[in-house]
Ligand binder design. Structure first.
Ligand code: KIV
Length: 283
């Protein structure tokens, strides 16, 4: 299982801790890779909508979709804390629905849930925490608000907006969140938020002064080749490597070079001779 939510809650770089490493994953092989690489936290993010399911935003995924992907990640038994992302409209309608939806993600194998938004989400966050489910907050650029924000835009560039983000972070901490994702905010804002709270901040497009960093699996491995946000660093080019590998397979199939003897199954000679007797030839 890796780290628990309570142990994550005390990770602060200013107290000498190593920064938290979080990466998204959406299936069993991805979870095994993240675990083998030593990630602390796997986020089964609603980004699955865009990087796996082909949607243009994250609004299309449902609780059932998230349950499906969280369960696949959990079956891999990674040595990581698994965070399940609550999708849009799963925590906006009623406290009962919200707790039921958070519980569905936990039953699928998450160790905690994440949801987007600041002060207006506090009543739902409190209900989830009352049900003994740890909650990770997410403020700044919150992709589920893409239409309300007028696009995927950096948040907190104005001092007043930045002040509100610091206030939101403090409220989320006060409500009991064990950690916060800070997405798409200027470095100074991430720094101010990180200083203002005693729970860890995990940044994405938030500069180097947070208590951890998260990247989307397909971005960091270079599997996603359509859009490269400024904050992404690519550590591999698996898209090109995959295209080249499948081109090589296609070429071997077309030339007859695949499969070879070692990649094929064989019969004992006597059985092959009997088959030859029946049909005249064995191939
Ligand atoms: O869904 C996701 O991948 C996220 C990260 C970008 C933090 O919420």
């Amino acid at each position: 299982m890796g780290l628990s939510a309570p142990s994550i809650s005390s990770v602060k770089v200013r107290n000498g801790a190593d920064p938290l490493v979080m990466v998204t994953a959406y299936d069993a092989p991805g979870a095994r890779i993240a675990s083998a690489a030593g990630a602390d936290i796997i986020l089964v993010g609603d980004s699955v909508a865009m990087v796996v399911l082909g949607y243009d935003d994250t609004l299309q995924v449902t609780v059932d979709d998230m349950v499906h992907h969280i369960a696949a990640v959990a079956r891999a038994k990674p040595n990581c804390h698994i965070v399940g992302d609550l999708p849009w409209m799963s925590y906006h309608v009623s406290p009962e629905d919200t707790v039921r939806n958070a519980a569905a993600l936990m039953r699928a194998g998450a160790h905690s849930v994440k949801l987007e938004g600041g002060r207006k989400r506090l009543p739902m966050i409190e209900k989830i925490i009352d049900a003994e489910i740890p909650v990770m907050g997410h403020i700044g650029l919150t992709p589920q608000s893409v239409h309300a924000m007028g696009g995927f835009k950096v948040q907190g560039r104005q001092a007043e907006q930045a002040r509100k983000l610091v206030q939101a972070a403090k409220s989320l901490e006060h409500a009991g969140c064990y950690a916060l994702v800070l997405e798409g905010v200027p470095v100074r804002v991430a720094q101010a938020v990180t200083e203002a709270v005693s729970i860890p901040t995990i940044g994405i497009g938030a500069g180097p002064h947070t208590d951890g960093q998260v990247l989307v699996y397909h971005d960091l491995l270079g599997l996603e080749d359509r859009m490269i946000p400024k904050f992404v660093r690519r550590y591999a080019d698996l898209n090109s490597a995959s295209v080249e590998a499948i081109q090589a397979f296609a070429s071997d199939v077309r030339s007859g070079a695949f499969p070879d003897e070692c990649e094929s199954y064989h019969m004992a000679d006597d059985q092959a001779a009997e088959l030859l007797g029946l049909y005249g030839h064995t191939d």
